[in-house]
Design a protein around this ligand. Sequence first.
Ligand code: KIV
Ligand code: NA
Length: 274
Amino acid sequence: MREITPRKILEMKGREKIVMVTAYDYPSALIADRAGIDIIFIGDSLGMVIYGEQNTLNVSMEQMVYHTRAVSRGVKRALVLADMPFMSYEISVEEGMKNAARLIQAGADAIKIEGGYDHRKLVKKLVKSGIPVMGHTGLTPQRYLRLGGYRLMGETEEEIEEILRDAKALEKAGAFALVIEFTLADVARLVTEEVKIPTIGIGSGPYCDGQVLVWHDLLGLYENVPPFVKKYADLRDMIGLALEDYKNEVKEGKFPAPKHYWEFLDKDDFEKKK
Ligand code: KIV
Ligand code: NA
């Protein structure tokens, strides 16, 4: 079992901020785990940031299983959380149960679903069966057609009530945490005060119990970054420069240099790396 468990995440509320980041493959998972991130999350955002889709509605269970397997091989310490994609849990509790189990069997320690109140029966049954669940309220990208695009949530009384109702339903059904996406900071604060389970915010201000960002957004690897993201690095530029160097050196005959081919290779080093 990995070091960070859902129980530990629950206990962090009010004591220590929870840090979550998405990852979709083995090398990224290794880096995130070594950096001490608490929750490494295979989000369905992968449809956009690594498959180039315009939204998350085309993401399949197969894709989620495949990436969960890769990520889970790289993580020893963090909690590995996998997203349930669009229509993998809405049709029936039975389908939701089966699909959640596939993600757990691919190496996830917990699953996340969008919504709360509407899925309270599923959450309860999953938790009862031993599958830890994180909920997700505020902006729920899988409903973006109905919402009329990605927009700020919780501006009207009605929306605030819905968000609170989701959070309370999730708590009651046994979820161990919930994501609050793109709401007013005061709405996220209210929810954080009203439930005993930790809230993990994205674009919802500083009062949440934790924060989550998408790998490609925070590292500067994606063009359409939401306005609430902080870019901690500009890897696109760095990778572009490295690739230009490589191209130029091949074109100019500088790579490979003698130390890169057999006659001149460091043979001891080669033996060690074999
Ligand atoms: O898929 C995702 O990356 C998410 C986070 C933004 C919370 O759901
Ligand atoms: Na998601």
